[in-house]
Design a protein around this ligand. Structure first.
Ligand code: AVI
Length: 321
């Protein structure tokens, strides 16, 4: 018998970069009394590679802890989840994490979502060769602002997959709004999500300030990305990476701190920084498992279940819509 014909992945680009909006957002952040730059600008091509390197660092426990949880509890997780649903991978990147679930979950369709379909093209084409019968769709969408999937994503129940504790990069209020949109997008399915938990400082802080300086490079590269977008003249050597756990907000904060008095100029404006002044670049919230469960309930999910590692460092939640 001949093997089934190989399908071709489909692609839909919904997000269009609005250069004027990017410019306005960067300028507003730089001119605010407490300067800030949105964490999405950490991920230009070099930043994405540096983030991949971070996930391999000995200090950065979330990626490997989550992967181990999904292996250790794969059977129990699969038993809880709907089989034959559409698997929607939010922030899919190289699609590796979701692909590990295909055999376990037997989805009818795989929908990979990332800001640009260009990031997804090669990964989906490779995956299609390994899973020739699986329907695959790549969607270019900035789902952090609005999560509306195209009709090509199908009408049946959806299993949304949001790994890596990326939910921690939203404030809890934003996370609630996002989870409500996720629940609406599941079409009666549910959400499988990885969440980083509160833990001792001597584990948390080195994960965001590693000995090799990869996270520092990741943070400082933001300045080079902003120079390209805005025409600014940031010099990486004028800035120091700072990361610490803010107990009151239960979040790691990343900042860039001016090493001396300096001026940053770009067409039309400038900003003076005093030595020690900071630009806030990222928050990474750490949850108590019970608080995150309450957030899922508040977002309208009916039943939840969590799997955690024996140290209680990370949790994978299943939330039924
Ligand atoms: C993508 N996100 C979940 C990472 C985190 O841990 O908050 C981003 C990161 N920032 C510094 N290291 C990793």
């Amino acid at each position: 018998m001949n093997p089934p014909p190989m399908r071709q992945p489909q692609f839909v680009q919904l997000h269009r970069e609005d250069r004027a909006a990017v410019h306005a957002e960067l300028v507003a952040g730089l001119l605010a009394p407490q300067a800030s730059l949105a964490p999405k600008y950490l991920y230009d091509p070099l930043g994405s590679r540096l983030f991949d390197a971070i996930t391999a660092l000995p200090e950065y426990y979330p990626t490997r802890t989550e992967a181990a949880l999904l292996v250790a509890h794969g059977g129990a997780i699969a038993a809880r989840l709907p089989q034959g649903a559409t698997l929607v991978d939010l922030g899919a990147g190289n699609c590796e994490k979701a692909a590990r679930l295909f055999n376990l979950l037997q989805p009818v369709r795989y929908v990979a979502v990332d800001i640009s379909v260009d990031f997804l093209r090669t990964a989906l084409q490779c995956l299609q060769r390994q899973f020739p019968a699986l329907d695959m769709l790549g969607v270019g969408l900035d789902f952090s602002s609005e999560l509306t999937l195209p009709p090509e994503a199908g009408t049946g129940p959806r299993l949304l997959f949001y790994p890596g504790s990326s939910i921690g990069n939203f404030t809890p209020r934003q996370a609630l709004g996002f989870l409500r949109q996720v629940r609406a997008a599941t079409q009666g399915g549910g959400l499988l999500i990885g969440v980083d938990l509160v833990k001792p400082l001597d584990i948390l802080e080195p994960a965001y300030d590693d000995a090799l300086g990869v996270t520092a490079a990741f943070n400082k590269n933001l300045l080079l990305h902003v120079n390209g977008l805005l025409g600014s003249d940031f010099r990486v050597q004028d800035w120091q990476h700072v990361a610490f756990f803010n107990q009151a907000h239960s979040r790691i904060e990343m900042h860039l701190q001016a090493l001396h008095d300096l001026v940053v100029r770009w067409p039309g404006a400038e900003r003076r920084f005093k030595a020690g002044e900071r630009i806030h670049t990222e928050n990474s919230y750490k949850y108590q498992a019970s608080d995150f469960e309450a957030l899922l309930r508040e977002a309208g999910f009916s039943q939840t279940q969590a799997w955690t590692d024996e140290r209680g460092w990370f949790a994978v939640f299943w939330a039924q819509a």
